[in-house]
Design a protein around this ligand. Sequence first.
Ligand code: UDP
Ligand code: MG
Length: 147
Amino acid sequence: MPGTKTLTIIKPGAVSHEYIGPILKIINDHGFHISAMRLLRLTRKQVENFYAVHNEKPFYNGLVEFMSSGPVVVAILEKKNAVIEYRRLIGHTDPSKAEPGTIRKMFAESVERNAVHGSDSDENAEFECDFFFSRSERFSLFDPLHF
Ligand code: UDP
Ligand code: MG
């Protein structure tokens, strides 16, 4: 059964352009529930660990530089089939190839500064949600204690 949560990051470029509100509205309008959220600036070390799978890629150093360059919003989003549904909503990694109406089409500046992150598998979503949030910071739709 597909999972019900995914991790998003609103990246420094989008935060500095005051796109937090517009992006969160689109996320809510597409039926995602925000079950955890924080505004913070990532250290280089945190970015290196978060994107460790890419450490051999030519864009890795630039990615670490950019992602630690200013504040970001990290959030857990819940919906049925969350990973696939959110990847569809954010669009292609390269905004010039993203479909109209996707978050990256609307808000990304370039493939490097592409507005948002979204988990790419349920397994990575687990790792990424645990990377940022403890259990007591999560307010899941599926937890009868909260809803
Ligand atoms: N990235 C980049 N140049 C590239 C490919 C990726 O700067 O040629 C950056 C971009 O910010 C991207 C991130 O590295 O979002 C992670 O790459 P991935 O292939 O995982 O893309 P995503 O899953 O974010 O669509
Ligand atoms: Mg990825």
